[in-house]
Design a protein around this ligand. Structure first.
Ligand SMILES: C[S@@+](CC[C@H](N)C(=O)[O-])C[C@H]1O[C@@H](n2cnc3c(N)ncnc32)[C@H](O)[C@@H]1O
Length: 337
């Protein structure tokens, strides 16, 4: 390709991509799609119900139209089918929690990515070397917001795991670090013979129980508090650790896997899933950006390749260790005891 055929377009688009990202985050924060789910509205009516000033509203809404988040007929705005299903806070299919958290929690630290790379330290205000969840949960509002964000990012992955792992061969599971309970709910809905435990730090219990009740699954799913680094693991045939390993340093990652191995019955299985990086570290941009997110949010966390994940399970003693691509950037590694 000659020099005159080269175009800078994609650099500009990529670098200015934060405009579109923030517009979608603000749409979720302000509740645009939740409001439109009640019925189509003009810009003036939306501005009034969302208590917006008016200046910029048309540009904001039309930008969302151009970005294919919402639609406009004449001067009336309505949700696209996807926005109606996934960005209406009043539906059980809502995934906007991850975008709410992106706006409330990740936006500012990402503005300091260069500082994080210069210093190697988190940029979210945490100091010293505590557990990053002590920091995240020191803001009471963040507990529920974080759990809902996990539902947003993990529900679709949970549906795929429910299909790709042979749960028909097992009776019980325990989701370690379950957050709101998106995975337990999807597994229970897909496999009627399964009973499950959602396990997490004690402060998650009411958030889990409220979510499970929405699906009427209280008779098959229950919460057991467990600090994975301190407490015995709840008993189950299958353990799942979703988006767990990446938050901690190498020693803690290995410790979690080994603890699962020791606690499982013979024939039991461990499923680990994360936005695992392709072994050649060239393709899964989301996985590598997620790892940078761990740089910004945690003292020692990092994402890892599929091969590394498999090796940690083998080192802990698991047999028949295999990897499977899930939806989007996530992969799971499975080992049997
Ligand atoms: C990144 S979230 C992942 C949530 C969920 N597994 C998913 O994939 O969507 C990590 C979860 O681990 C929980 N957690 C943090 N420290 C923990 C610990 N020491 N023991 C057990 N769970 C912990 C957090 O409360 C949070 O729900």
């Amino acid at each position: 390709m000659s020099q005159s055929q080269l175009s800078p377009e994609r650099f500009i688009q990529m670098g200015m991509g934060f405009w579109a990202a923030k517009a979608v985050m603000s749409a979720v924060e302000l509740g645009v799609c939740t409001e439109l789910a009640k019925g189509a509205k003009s810009a003036e009516a939306l501005a009034e119900s969302l208590r917006l000033n008016g200046r910029g509203v048309r540009d904001f809404l039309d930008a969302l139209v151009a970005l294919n988040v919402i639609e406009r007929d004449g001067s009336v705005y309505r949700n696209t089918p996807e926005a109606d299903q996934f960005l209406d806070r009043n539906k059980n299919t809502y995934v906007g929690g991850i975008l709410e958290m992106a706006g409330a929690r990740l936006w500012n630290p990402w503005g300091r990515l260069s500082d994080a790379l210069r210093t190697g330290t988190p940029q979210n205000g945490m100091s010293g070397d505590p557990n990053h969840f002590d920091h995240i949960y020191s803001d009471p509002k963040m507990v529920k917001l974080f759990a809902e964000a996990m539902t947003g990012i993990s529900t679709q992955t949970a549906r795929v795991i429910a299909q790709k792992f042979p749960f028909g061969d097992y009776r019980s599971f325990c989701d370690i670090g379950c957050a709101q309970g998106a995975l337990p709910v999807q597994l229970a809905l897909a496999h009627p013979q399964l009973t499950g435990i959602g396990s997490d730090l004690p402060l998650i219990k009411p958030i889990f129980e409220e979510y499970i009740a929405r699906f009427n699954l209280q008779s098959r799913l229950r919460f057991e508090p467990c600090d994975v680094f301190k407490d015995p693991m709840p008993k189950a045939d299958v353990y799942i650790m979703g988006h767990m390993l990446h938050g901690w340093g190498l020693e803690e990652k290995k410790q979690m896997v080994k603890k699962a191995y020791d606690a499982l019955p013979k024939g039991g299985a461990l499923i680990v899933f994360d936005a695992m990086i392709d072994d050649d570290r060239r393709k899964n941009a989301f996985g590598m950006l997620m790892s940078l997110n761990m740089l910004l949010e945690t003292p020692h966390g990092f994402d890892y390749t599929v091969q590394e994940g498999k090796q940690w399970l083998k080192d802990a003693g698991f047999r028949d260790v295999s990897a499977t691509a899930l939806n989007g950037p996530d992969s799971m590694v499975v080992g049997l005891k």
